[in-house]
Design a protein around this ligand. Structure first.
Ligand SMILES: [Zn+2]
Length: 526
């Protein structure tokens, strides 16, 4: 299958950060075969052995790499709006954990289908889920990823007892601990990693350290290093999480990560080749480290201690501005983490910290729209720091694309539009869906001082302006609708989700509990 996109404004996010005006992009099979300025040379498509490519005219549209959401709970879409106006620890203990503990049957499958529909339709082509719970049903979530054509890293929850009376933490999901062990993780990794043409990746999702022995985390770190399983974890989210690191473990967040070896470890040097050749190789994948680590949130840190450790341990961050604001966790110190002009000598030679972007789950951000998240990431730190120069739109777009790919260890495959990379791409159509919010953006006024394509996408559009989405060379969204099933199929996904959440609420509230949406401030349903 060959597809030729013509007359697009292409934001490549390549090394030179080129924006191509009136550009073309050719997809052959799963990969980008050619990219440049129109007209494309006839040689790239004229082949007797190849059928004519499908041509998509993109006049007036902006092409970006597929967006990468590095912190998104797939199965929480069913809980959207059910835990409003609560701080993190109450939100977890009083609402989210009780609700998640009564998922059954196909609930997780229906939730995943709903989330993936929203992700694809708003331009996300790859995600990292930091917590597929036992009750959500692993098999069903994998099936949803396979059926719907998205690229996904599923974090299999590895959980140690979180119920902790001293800290007033009660987690009803702890009854399933046996199914959330390191051994179960390794088994799932062996069975599922690489399924669906390599679109499905299996990660470890470590439960947040809230009292469980550090030695259990060390066991997890060792197992992941020896099996090459990447890890993600919620870390230093609320102010209380920082206190727990200090009071329970006697260290900062990143000291905990270093000491438990959750961070990537260098691979031992390869054995000398049998011949006299001096060519050195690393692993089959070309990586020189055992695995990758993505820590979500990272709001409440000990910066003097944690910044050097973040850099020296090659730990990536998933920044979640919507979630952090809504749950009153605070504002992550992203400008300080991005600052490469540090005066700390042992840090200045380390590579900068990779900051990617995530929406988190629907109950704490109410959406999975990465364009909205980019907009917020860009404006939040300006206001918080009284510095309008911080996080320009270009930086926000890097977080949502190439940095996300780097965080996942997939930067040679996705994250930018370059020849040889997987064809994961999005066409944003600022005027096509009836909107005028991006006007008067003018794709024909090039370099004349008009609004740029990057500003237009990040600040003038939302995911609802996405028209076409391609993953792995396959068009999965066209005219703003899912190709498989169309509008009718989407309606069925929503209907199933409505049914599923009624069951979940019913089971959760069958005792004395009362969890769910409620009008506040004296407002009432009539
Ligand atoms: Zn989360």
């Amino acid at each position: 299958m060959t597809t030729l996109f013509l007359h697009a404004t292409i934001i490549t996010v390549n090394t030179a950060r080129e924006v191509i005006h009136d550009g073309y992009l050719l997809v052959r099979g799963q990969h980008i075969a050619a990219i440049g300025k129109c007209p494309p040379p006839s040689s790239i498509t004229s082949s007797d052995s190849e059928p004519e490519p499908e041509t998509i005219n993109c006049t007036g549209q902006i092409m970006i790499p597929g967006l990468i959401n590095t912190h998104a709970h797939l199965v929480q879409s069913l809980l959207r709006g059910l835990a409003e106006d609560l701080p993190l620890h109450n939100w977890l203990c009083d609402a989210i954990w009780p609700l998640e503990s009564v998922y059954e049957g196909d609930d997780g499958y229906h939730a995943a289908r709903l989330t993936i529909t929203e992700m694809l339709r708003t331009g996300t082509t790859t995600f990292l889920d930091p917590m597929v719970t036992y009750r959500a049903g692993w098999e069903g979530v994998c099936r949803a990823v396979g059926e719907m054509g998205i690229r996904g890293c599923l974090g299999k929850l590895v959980k140690f007892p979180e119920t902790n009376r001293q800290l007033s933490i009660t987690d009803p999901r702890d009854r399933d601990l046996i199914n959330m062990s390191v051994a179960t993780l390794i088994h799932h990794h062996q069975q599922y990693h690489g399924q669906h043409d390599g679109r499905l990746h299996v990660w470890a999702a470590a439960g947040t350290p809230r009292g469980a022995p550090a030695s259990l985390y060390r066991d997890l770190g060792d197992a992941c290093a020896s099996h090459g399983i990447s890890i993600t974890m919620h870390c230093a989210e609320a102010p209380r999480d920082r206190e727990i690191f200090h009071d329970v473990y006697g260290c900062s967040a990143m000291q905990f990560i270093r000491d438990t070896k959750l961070c990537p470890q260098p691979l031992p040097p390869p054995p000398p080749p049998p011949s006299t050749s001096t060519t050195r190789t690393t692993t089959q994948s070309g990586s020189s480290q055992t695995h990758h680590l993505v820590l979500a949130h990272m709001v409440n840190l000990d910066l003097e201690i944690d910044i050097p450790l973040l850099r020296s341990t090659k730990t990536a961050i998933a920044h979640n501005p919507s979630s952090n604001l809504k749950l009153a966790s605070g504002i992550a110190p992203i400008p300080a983490l991005l600052d490469t002009t540090t005066k700390i000598p042992e840090v200045s030679s380390s590579p900068p910290i990779t900051i990617s972007l995530g929406t988190d789950g629907a109950p704490c951000s109410n959406h999975y729209d990465m364009i909205r998240e980019m907009h917020l990431a860009s404006i939040l730190h300006k206001g918080a720091n009284h510095d309008a120069s911080l996080i320009p739109a270009e930086t926000a777009l890097e977080m949502a694309t190439i940095n996300g790919a780097r965080a996942l260890g997939l930067e040679t495959e996705i994250g930018s539009l370059e020849v040889g990379k997987k064809a994961d791409l999005v066409l944003v159509d600022p005027y096509g869906r009836g909107g005028v919010g991006a006007a008067p953006w003018d794709w024909e006024d090039i370099g004349g001082g008009g609004v740029t394509a990057v500003t237009t996408v990040v600040h003038g559009c939302t995911g609802r302006d996405v028209g076409v989405v391609m993953v792995d060379g396959v068009v999965v969204v066209r005219d703003g609708e899912m190709v498989k099933g169309g509008r009718e199929g989407e309606g069925e996904v929503v209907r199933q989700a409505r049914m599923a959440v009624r069951g979940i609420r019913g089971r959760c509230n069958s005792g004395a509990g009362r969890v769910g949406g409620v009008l506040k401030c004296g407002w009432k349903d009539v």
